[in-house]
Design a protein around this ligand. Sequence first.
Ligand code: AMP
Length: 217
Amino acid sequence: MRVVILGPPGAGKGTQAELLSKELGVPKLSMGDILRKAVKEKTPLGEEAQRYMKEGKLVPDELILKLLEEKIEKVAEDAGFVLDGFPRNLRQAQILNNFLESRGKNLDWAIYLKVGEEEIVNRLRHRLICSKCGKVYRKDEIKQDRICEECGSQLAKRKDDDPHTIKERIKVYFEHTFPLVKYYQKKGILKEVEGEGKEEEVYERIRKALNLSQPLT
Ligand code: AMP
């Protein structure tokens, strides 16, 4: 199954993409993680991308495509994938569409995680991520030591989760990414899922929307 996950920043795309990719047994590709890795490794593309990321802007398509090139080629060969954070605008969506079509493949579903603006801001302000594996936590749900329960690394606030950048990212989302909801609706592959509530509840809604048969144990 080939799936993309859409939604505003803080909607839980990464978390849900991880759960879905595990259940489907297909790779997850997170554009944000790929970019953050490039920034951390100080590669030339990472250094350039960082300028846009720290301002909450979209990284230019050409840069995104260069970073994605090899990875998408590889996952397109697999039985499926879950994409988080790509596409983020209409041009990227069309590029993905053409890329798959030229290989005789297609996207099965676009899941739109719907979360209200107040909830987004609240989540982003209280979000911590693992500096190593990227697992996301809420500040009020973790123990004092701020250590990742998965890999034992230190948790930290994301650089772009400051109030000014959050505001910009939400603006950019409505301007560039939200139109994809209509784009995929027209293609008849949109599944709108209520993104508020606990992550397990949201995931159950995704499973239902995709008709994944067995309930989680
Ligand atoms: P995310 O982790 O998905 O919230 O992405 C963090 C930041 O990376 C965004 O605010 C953008 O600056 C950049 N970014 C991630 N995915 C894309 C994309 N597909 N196109 C352009 N910029 C992106």
